[in-house]
Design a protein around this ligand. Structure first.
Ligand SMILES: CC(C)(COP(=O)(O)OP(=O)(O)OC[C@H]1O[C@@H](n2cnc3c(N)ncnc32)[C@H](O)[C@@H]1O)[C@@H](O)C(=O)NCCC(=O)NCCS
Ligand SMILES: Nc1ncnc2c1ncn2[C@@H]1O[C@H](COP(=O)(O)OP(=O)(O)OP(=O)(O)O)[C@@H](O)[C@H]1O
Length: 213
């Protein structure tokens, strides 16, 4: 089985691209979605989060705006939250891998793949990237997002240029959705036909489209 990691900074298109891998028949584990599930009403992490950050949960689960205010920009608080959340996400990821052990390929969509060392545990890393102004416009269009909140999140993430430098495969999301989809379909076909090594050589010789610098 080929285990692919998918990463990219906020708004670069991880979820959209993960959906394209799923459409191509690749089982996808979505770490952000898992966090949201664990923090939703009745979620397994609600008691621990309420104990550590009083007043940040209610009948609907975690109040994400409030919890975000409590931890974004406060490194010690964020570390406490991550110590609650990340082990639970890791357990869900292991269960996903066990469930799909017979698949030829799986994709782990993990925003902090490089930051938390997960890149060593996958066979290859796919990075999604678009020009910074495109990224900013996408994120600022989201309800409840402000420029300040975006900057705080970006400050926690490895810069896009470094992610691209460390990528095995780059998927350009600054183009039309159809073009991105075609790149994903081509990559999946190449990986299925030839495996990771050959495709890395193939990507280096530019047959898989790369984002512009
Ligand atoms: C702080 C919280 C409550 C904010 O929730 P909110 O709904 O506003 O944002 P959302 O979860 O959709 O994330 C927005 C963006 O921030 C990124 N992000 C979230 N947590 C972190 C983090 N610890 N470090 C860097 N980036 C992060 C996400 O990947 C995404 O790109 C939430 O993100 C959270 O609980 N974070 C801690 C868990 C975590 O580390 N998740 C990221 C990967 S598993
Ligand atoms: N070529 C493209 N490829 C991918 N996404 C695109 C493209 N063109 C436009 N988009 C849009 O950009 C947005 C990307 O958002 P998406 O939620 O996929 O990003 P993300 O990296 O998962 O964000 P976050 O880190 O906040 O979870 C989507 O609304 C998507 O439809």
């Amino acid at each position: 089985m080929i285990v692919l990691g998918l990463t990219g900074s906020i708004g670069m298109g991880k979820s959209a691209v993960a959906g394209m891998f799923a459409d191509a028949g690749v089982p996808v584990f979505d770490a952000d979605a898992e966090v949201h599930r664990l923090q939703a009403a009745g979620g397994a992490l609600i008691p621990a989060i309420e104990a550590a950050f009083p007043g940040t949960t209610n009948a609907g689960g975690v109040d994400r705006q409030r919890l975000g205010q409590a931890v974004l920009g406060d490194a010690a608080a964020l570390a406490r939250l991550e110590a609650i959340v990340h082990p639970a996400v890791a357990a869900a990821r292991r269960a996903f891998l066990a469930r799909h052990m017979r698949a030829d390929m799986v994709l782990l969509d993990i925003p902090l793949l490089f930051e938390k060392g997960g890149a060593n545990a996958v066979d290859a890393v796919v990075v999604v990237s678009a020009p910074a102004p495109v990224q900013r416009a996408r994120v600022l269009a989201r309800p409840g997002m402000t420029a300040e909140r975006l900057d705080r999140i970006l400050a926690l993430q490895l810069p896009d240029a470094e992610k691209r430098a460390r990528a095995d495969f780059l998927i350009d999301t600054g183009v039309a959705l159809d073009e991105t989809r075609a790149a994903v379909v081509a990559l999946v076909a190449c990986l299925r036909d030839h495996g990771v090594r050959y495709c890395q050589a193939c990507a280096k010789s530019s047959s898989i489209p790369k984002p512009q610098d």
